[in-house]
Design a protein around this ligand. Structure first.
Ligand code: COA
Length: 210
């Protein structure tokens, strides 16, 4: 039986493209076919095959980024001019991923417009999650598959976001809250609440694991 953590290999795979400006701690692992810009990667962090880490991204220590994840790319933001033609809204910010975070395959974290997009210490981010520009995810959260955080969402510590839930831009989900699967959050969620449905409604105040 192979243990999960045996599969990362060691060192920088020869097929990875790593910017000369990247600052990698000595024991960092970078898998095959990764492309790393001028990012910083902390000690003990591991980056799986085919990941894209853009300029300005800062990864803390013992971070695990699994295959095909993308961090620090430009956000989708578009503005329509008076002539009706779309122009790209500039995104010059960064992404900060704190110590011990795990990000699963095909997840995407956009860089901020000016400030950073943040994923807090010890948080787990599942497959196909999208974290929009300038969102802030707190510490030790569980963000399950296909969650979408529209730009500038604030997710406080230890929040649990169910599969496919969507958090409207700029909304805050309070600490220890639970958001049910498929839920659309359009208003702030109080700390400790459990909400579910479209739009999200309070269903009870104590999450099932407590
Ligand atoms: C929100 C959740 C935690 C609540 O679980 P629970 O405490 O067992 O709640 P119940 O199933 O008893 O449901 C309570 C009420 O909320 C409703 N409800 C629960 N989850 C809902 C959801 N996701 N959307 C809409 N309504 C929901 C139920 O229909 C029920 O309504 P009723 O009282 O009118 O019959 C759970 O339903 C949920 O969505 N879990 C997320 C699952 C998930 O994403 N797993 C990922 C694993 S990787």
């Amino acid at each position: 039986v192979r243990l999960e953590d045996d599969q990362w290999g060691t060192g920088i795979h020869p097929s990875a493209l790593v910017s000369p400006q990247a600052q990698l701690a000595e024991d960092v692992t970078v898998g095959p076919y990764c492309v790393l810009g001028s990012c910083r990667v902390g000690a003990g962090s591991r980056i799986g095959a085919f990941c894209r880490i853009h300029d300005g991204v800062v990864l803390g220590r013992r971070v695990k980024i699994r295959e095909h994840a993308s961090l620090g790319g430009v956000g989708f933001g578009a503005e329509r001019g008076p002539d009706g033609i779309l122009a790209r809204f500039p995104h010059h910010g960064s992404v900060i991923v704190e110590d011990g975070v795990e990000i699963f395959p095909y997840a995407n974290v956009d860089r901020g417009t000016f400030g950073p997009t943040r994923v807090g210490e010890g948080t787990f981010v599942d497959h196909y999650v999208h974290i929009g520009h300038n969102s802030s995810v707190g510490r030790h959260c569980i963000i399950t598959a296909q969650v979408v955080l529209c730009g500038k969402s604030v997710i406080e510590d230890r929040v649990w976001l169910g599969v496919g839930s969507i958090i409207r831009e700029g909304r805050r989900v309070g600490a220890d809250a639970t958001v049910g699967l498929g839920t659309v959050v359009i208003k702030d969620v109080p700390a400790g609440a459990t909400v579910a449905g479209v739009p999200a409604r309070h269903i009870r105040s104590v999450p099932p694991s407590s």
